[in-house]
Design a protein around this ligand. Structure first.
Ligand SMILES: Cc1cc2nc3c(=O)[nH]c(=O)nc-3n(C[C@H](O)[C@H](O)[C@H](O)COP(=O)(O)O)c2cc1C
Length: 200
């Protein structure tokens, strides 16, 4: 599917075919595409917890105010981020470039993130947002649909997935075979209200 069609046709789907199972290769393809998403300094701070087991999906649905797309989807991806990835062997983020520019980049990224708790959180959300959109467009182009989600109990889900102390959960994306078409789009705000030339 053409990328423009995938963007136009992606919708947040609330009802999936509960019996559909995605193959291992399909799930792997989505994740391999997700990690091609950009991250600042290439820190690749996203972490993906994937869930396909029905009993865990049902539990997650309970923790998501009973939203049915969570128990019906074939695949749930909980997008998390490691807040300290900037400081965990950063040389591997630039393994393919010569040593001198690599060292300069590492010094610069450490200076950028060290002790900047808010920036580390912002970066987590930025990276996961990018990866979520890649996942949803990849799924669409593979014949699947998706729903991005924040409507769940973050604390309980964190406990359920053993979220490490220096990680956070950004959001969840569910993927599956659409069972019901979505309602028409809610209403788009015109570009004239959203876009400013050069300054507000
Ligand atoms: C960060 C984020 C969180 C969302 N959380 C939920 C959710 O918990 N449940 C839900 O049904 N939809 C959720 N949505 C879907 C939005 O309601 C949807 O994207 C919006 O209404 C636009 O519709 P569309 O995605 O079909 O274009 C979420 C979307 C985003 C981007």
């Amino acid at each position: 599917m053409d990328i423009i069609d995938a963007i136009k046709q992606r919708r947040s789907i609330k009802s999936f075919d509960k019996n559909h199972k995605m193959t291992y290769d399909e799930i792997k393809q989505i994740l391999e595409l997700a990690v091609l998403s950009p991250t600042s300094y290439n820190i690749q701070n996203w972490r993906f917890v994937i869930i396909t087991e029905q009993s865990i999906k049902d539990k997650l649905s309970e923790l998501s105010h009973g939203q049915q797309q969570v128990s019906e989807a074939s695949l749930i991806i909980i997008l998390c981020a490691d807040l300290n990835s900037w400081n965990k062997h950063p040389e591997r983020y630039w393994a393919n470039i010569p040593e001198e520019p690599r060292n300069a980049l590492i010094e610069s990224l450490k200076k950028s993130y060290k002790d900047k708790v808010q920036l580390q959180r912002d970066e987590a959300m930025r990276s996961c947002g990018m990866a979520a959109q890649t996942i949803m467009l990849a799924a669409k182009s593979m014949g699947y649909d998706s729903c991005p989600m924040k409507g769940f109990d973050y604390e309980s889900v964190g406990k359920m997935i053993n979220l490490p102390n220096d990680h956070l959960i950004s959001m969840m994306v569910v993927v599956g075979k659409k069972a019901k078409n979505p309602s028409p789009r809610g209403g788009q705000v015109p570009l004239s209200e959203l876009v400013f030339t050069n300054k507000f």
